[in-house]
Design a protein around this ligand. Structure first.
Ligand SMILES: C[S@@+](CC[C@H](N)C(=O)[O-])C[C@H]1O[C@@H](n2cnc3c(N)ncnc32)[C@H](O)[C@@H]1O
Length: 185
């Protein structure tokens, strides 16, 4: 489905966005039901994953840092079919701040967002804020450094985290996380 994006975007994405492309393919294959779901993409960059989620029937908020939002907006405008414009919004979301402006989502998506150790606490805080026990979180990443594993360990303190996919051609993993159920008393 990401192949229907405009030509320049398509070439760019295949060459430079393997984690986003692998996540898109997982979504296209039905990895999670997106029909009518509220979805937020964190650190969206080009917005590729969010656009594919909208094409698959979700109501999507794509987010990135303030300074990346103009680029994100123009990419979404260039690549999202007009009839789906009402299903997608673009917002600034700097991890860890202004979270009171955001509520819960059914699905949280993130491609290649586990990479800056200094952002890990804020990223985790953001994911915790945006999720309930019913929220499905999908993160695609490479696991190159110890710090990448460290983030997954931080996630495991609050969520159950499972590897649900590995693409050996591009060495990209997808992890699915869900808030750990609290015991009923
Ligand atoms: C490596 S890029 C991945 C972009 C896109 N998800 C992809 O796979 O092509 C990481 C993204 O995270 C965003 N990012 C980094 N630090 C952030 C922060 N503190 N708050 C929000 N977004 C952040 C960057 O602006 C960038 O778009």
């Amino acid at each position: 489905m990401y192949q229907c994006m405009n030509h320049r975007f398509q070439e760019y994405s295949v060459l430079l966005l393997p984690k986003a492309v692998v996540l898109c393919m997982y979504l296209e294959a039905g990895g999670v039901d997106l029909q009518g779901r509220s979805v937020v993409e964190l650190g969206a960059g080009t917005g590729l994953v969010g656009i594919v989620a909208a094409l698959l029937g979700a109501n999507v908020t794509v987010t990135d840092r303030e300074l990346a939002v103009e680029f994100l907006k123009s990419n979404v405008q260039d690549n999202l079919p007009k009839e789906l414009e009402h299903k997608m919004s673009v917002k600034a979301l700097n991890w860890g701040s202004g979270l009171e402006h955001f509520s819960h989502f059914d699905v949280i998506l993130g491609a290649d967002i586990i990479y800056l150790e200094e952002t890990f606490q804020d990223l985790l805080k953001t994911i915790i804020h945006l999720s309930t026990e019913h929220t499905v979180i999908l993160l695609s990443c490479r696991l190159r450094y110890q710090r990448d594993h460290n983030f997954l360990d931080m996630m495991r303190k609050h969520f159950t985290v499972d590897q649900v996919h590995y693409d050996k051609n591009v060495d990209v993993y997808i992890y699915k996380a869900q808030k750990a159920q609290r015991e009923e008393f």
